[in-house]
Design a protein around this ligand. Sequence first.
Ligand SMILES: Cc1cc2nc3c(=O)[nH]c(=O)nc-3n(C[C@H](O)[C@H](O)[C@H](O)COP(=O)(O)OP(=O)(O)OC[C@H]3O[C@@H](n4cnc5c(N)ncnc54)[C@H](O)[C@@H]3O)c2cc1C
Length: 460
Amino acid sequence: MCLNKVIEQLTQALGEENVLTEKEELAAYSFDATADIPKVVPQVVVTPTSTQQVQEVVKIAAKYKMPLYTRGSGTNLSGGTIPLNQGIVMVMVKMNKILEIDAENLTATVQPGVIIQDLNDAVAEYGLIYPPDPGTVATATMGGSVAECSGGLRGLKYGVTKHYVMGLEVVLANGKVMRCGGKTVKNVTAYDMVKLFVGSEGTLGVITEIIVKLIPAPETRKSALAVFRSLDDAAKAITGIIANKVIPATLEIMDNVTIRTVENYARVGLPTDAEAVLLIEVDGIPEVVEKEAEVVARVCRENNGELKLAETAEERDEIWQARRAALPALAQVSPTTVLEDATVPRSKIPDMLKALRHIAEKYQLTIGTFGHAGDGNLHPTILTDENNAEEMKRVHKAVDEIFEVALSLGGTLSGEHGIGIAKQKYLEKEFGEAGIEALKAIKKALDPENILNPGKILKF
Ligand SMILES: Cc1cc2nc3c(=O)[nH]c(=O)nc-3n(C[C@H](O)[C@H](O)[C@H](O)COP(=O)(O)OP(=O)(O)OC[C@H]3O[C@@H](n4cnc5c(N)ncnc54)[C@H](O)[C@@H]3O)c2cc1C
């Protein structure tokens, strides 16, 4: 095998300090944050420090037809960074410079290894924010979040990553550098290549520079916790708030399993007998926030919700501490946490929640559901043990059914976590045969030798 030659050439191009070959070092890149997927140890790991070094790596991978898996912080939940066919893992975290904050044009230009929170901290000085905020905002990279098209808690009002990416520099599979988009508010030139690369999960090119849109930070915000004895009432409150023309920055739901688990774990004072709680935040200018908070309170009460408005910053923190505890709390209950990403039109949330309860009963599983109810993006979380083969069979059947129901309700396979390897078997159900052919044609056009993140999104 030519592995020695590959390592030699990578070392020449990047320097010894950027090429990892020790067994223990390689093992650290054999998994990501996804449960219940294969672990595969790569043959070599590289940590380029410039676009030019990335080009060198891509050219070497292409020359030796070695699969190349680009990786940010490895926090994705769809198996996106597993080096399925071994080969090279390219970790982007050393390319971590904020290149420019342009407060006049409300843009920032960053390298892909910048951590999302670091960008937010840097733009805060200018009174600006970069809204996409996945739960991993303090660890995930800009490159990884652009490649996944991450969402987060503020998605309802502010959208997801694709709504903020204005321009990209990308190293293509042939090693050439392409730039698309830019700082102009309007850019309708040719195909929308920026959007094509956003969410492409490392399969079409390596993102080496990103221009993002920034927005003014909201002047103030108000948070509330609403407790419901019935799921239907909670769901009616969700649609009612929006029907009353209030778009909260955040509108989250936790079901009873999640409430009980969070309370047991974090003791934040949640009512363990409630069927559901909504955690709501409105933001903007003070007059509007006041008015919107009143509407939220009225709609919740009209739907039999008990509402607690946070009067102080500490009370606000308590509310969000409860939401932030959801996943860690569920994760400590059992050895394996299968976190799904089922997304439906928001009017179908009650149907989806009821279906999830039915699926949990049918397959005798514990499923805790929380998520971004306002945008229809739920995270049913199955608490299980991957060493229990019989139970895992039931888990797989339950997951199949979750996505069947989501699609039948007019939903989608992913609201924010991507396809990777975890959900590729369902892709044709959403795209149809013609759609899959179109996706494959795009992949083949941009990466004819199937070098970039092979085996992800599409199977070849
Ligand atoms: C506890 C927890 C909570 C989470 N909450 C959320 C949430 O609220 N919303 C949400 O959307 N996600 C969430 N996630 C998923 C994950 O954190 C996000 O998808 C994140 O944006 C991934 O960033 P990363 O740097 O870790 O990327 P990685 O996991 O390293 O990579 C993700 C994908 O991007 C590709 N990639 C990475 N860098 C590049 C690059 N420079 N060029 C091309 N391709 C690249 C990889 O090949 C891979 O396919 C959560 C994960 C966990 C573990």
